[in-house]
Design a protein around this ligand. Sequence first.
Ligand code: COA
Length: 155
Amino acid sequence: MDRTTTTLVRGMMMADLQAVLDIDHLSFPIPWSERTYKYEIEENPSSHMHVVEVLEDRNPRVVGYIGFWFIVDEAHISTLAVHPDYRGQGIGELLLDTALKHAVELGVKIVTLEVRVSNHAAINLYRKYDFIIVGSRPRYYRDNNEDALLMTREN
Ligand SMILES: CC(C)(COP(=O)(O)OP(=O)(O)OC[C@H]1O[C@@H](n2cnc3c(N)ncnc32)[C@H](O)[C@@H]1OP(=O)(O)O)[C@@H](O)C(=O)NCCC(=O)NCCS
């Protein structure tokens, strides 16, 4: 991260929307819509969204984000992505760590998520944070009918 001097994790704001949508389109075959993000940021009381911002030549730039839904005592990771230019630098880990700590503050007992069976980078990241595979959802992803792995981490 040569040109990057500071990294900040903070709550996602409406002003982050375009940067988040750009990363989303670069990261997922079925990106979320602008409307979905607006709902998650402004209306959904269960949704907790964070971004990572770096200083790039002194200009702040959003380079990754994570979201989770918190219901009763369960957190479900809803989304996680890092801009392709910034992958492999610990930003995904920083985001996951932030979300998990926030969920612990809220009193989480179990964290769940779905991940494509072919997504080795994400599966490795989740394993590193003690998630285990507890099941699968056959043909879960509608773009290519790929199976999802269901992973959980108990607090
Ligand atoms: C998954 C993703 C968020 C990881 O973010 P990242 O910032 O590149 O990851 P980090 O640099 O923090 O790496 C943390 C750990 O993830 C795993 N990992 C990350 N990239 C990996 C790769 N290319 N291959 C294998 N494991 C990888 C490793 O366990 C790594 O730990 P290590 O460095 O000690 O080996 C990123 O690849 C991404 O945005 N992918 C597209 C969107 C996506 O798939 N999101 C997850 C949906 S479930």
